[in-house]
Design a protein around this ligand. Structure first.
Ligand SMILES: [Zn+2]
Length: 376
């Protein structure tokens, strides 16, 4: 009979097994613990990379005590993370910029406050912020850049304008963004892509290639001029709506000018120059590329019966009602210093109902509206 040997390990062989088991158990616990923490961080909003980095840098408890913050996430994802700046990252507003963390570090290093850093990165793009961080610390950051539509790239111009004019920060930012610190027609921005909201003035020129793509011809019954008048399709529609409403009030609205090409404007300028001289041209005639008529979004309105528009009932009706149809008086009497043009009672710009209503109610010009809300 074969005696079953009892399977019994010697005590000297049992010890390593216990140790190995214990080590495996500890590893399992650590791994579970780790994945649990990664999961928690990810559920807060942190990326996998940031979550790993947070755990390996032993910042899990710190981070879990804070609301999710995209700047912190970016910092933990970045090779440029600096532990001393951790509290700052948590208080700086995030911007989608390639060198965000590098630039934040440099700005903090120069002594800017968290709020100043937030403003600097929010008013510039990656390129302008990366340039700005090379400079020594500057003053008035909070004054200028707290204005919503301030631009970091214009900082030096704000400073120069403030020193010269001593206006408040908001006016300074508004006027510099409108290029009031530059001479008319000098170094203008040149625009070549069609856009319904385009702003044209003495600092913003349309290129000779700027041609609207959806022109229609205004119905003959509304034309008070020799030949055809073309205009952008939506502007024509809005004009017909407006003319019908005006007709119900006994008004007879007509159009005396619409789209004018770059070449048309060249001809007009030369004609007026010969007839009335340079002074007249400077005040009343837009140079080629500087006429809003090239946008196809502007109409010169006329009265069917009265030749001088400003003396007509239609003029009064337009002042009260045009905005309801999306049109604004582009060069009002009270705003000559802002538009740079003498009042043109007949020249209306189509901007859509919402913008027209805002401009009408707030008594501002399209130049101001554009800088405040559309110029990004
Ligand atoms: Zn006009």
């Amino acid at each position: 009979m074969v005696q079953k040997r009892k399977l019994k390990l010697k005590s000297s062989a049992r010890k390593p097994l216990i140790i190995v088991s214990a080590v495996i158990l500890v590893i399992i616990i650590i791994v579970c613990f780790y994945f649990n923490r990664v999961g928690e961080l990810k559920s807060l909003g942190y990326s996998e990379t940031a979550a790993n980095s947070i755990i390996f840098k032993f910042k899990y408890s710190y981070i879990m005590g804070l609301p999710f913050n995209k700047t912190l996430n970016a910092a933990f994802e970045s090779d440029d993370y600096i532990e001393n700046n951790l509290d700052n990252y948590a208080k700086i507003d995030y911007e989608e910029q390639e060198h965000l963390i590098t630039n934040i570090n440099k700005l903090l290093d120069k002594g800017y406050s968290n709020n100043e850093v937030s403003l600097i990165i929010s008013r510039g793009d990656d390129e302008s912020v990366s340039e700005f961080v090379k400079r020594d610390k500057v003053k008035y950051i909070e004054e200028f850049l707290a204005v919503d539509y301030a631009k970091l790239e214009n900082y030096d111009r704000y400073l120069a304008y403030k020193e010269k004019e001593n206006d408040d920060a908001e006016t300074t930012v508004l006027y510099v963004n409108m290029d009031f610190d530059k001479e008319d027609y000098v170094d203008p921005l040149v625009i070549d892509e069609f856009d319904d909201y385009v702003l044209v003035n003495k600092h913003r020129q349309l290129s000779s290639e700027y041609v609207p793509d959806d022109l229609v011809t205004i119905d003959d019954e509304y034309v008070k001029a020799d030949g055809e008048i073309e205009i952008e399709r939506n502007v024509a529609k809005a004009f017909y709506d407006m003319a019908e409403a005006a007709a119900e009030d006994g008004m007879e609205l007509m159009v005396s000018s619409g789209y004018r090409s770059y070449e048309d404007q060249e001809e007009i300028t030369n004609t007026y120059l010969e007839l009335y001289g340079q002074n007249y041209v400077d005040n009343y005639v837009a140079k080629p590329g500087f006429s809003e008529h090239q946008t196809a979004m502007s109409l010169d309105i006329a009265s069917k019966t009265v030749d001088t528009f400003v003396n007509s009932d239609e003029y009064v009706w337009m002042m009260d009602n045009a905005y309801k149809y999306g049109f604004i008086l582009r060069y009002p009497k009270s705003k000559e210093d802002i538009t740079g043009y003498k009042c043109e009672a007949w020249h209306y710009r189509y901007v859509g109902k919402e913008i027209a209503e805002y401009i009408h109610e707030n008594n501002i010009t399209y130049d101001e509206y554009y800088v405040m809300f559309l110029d990004n």
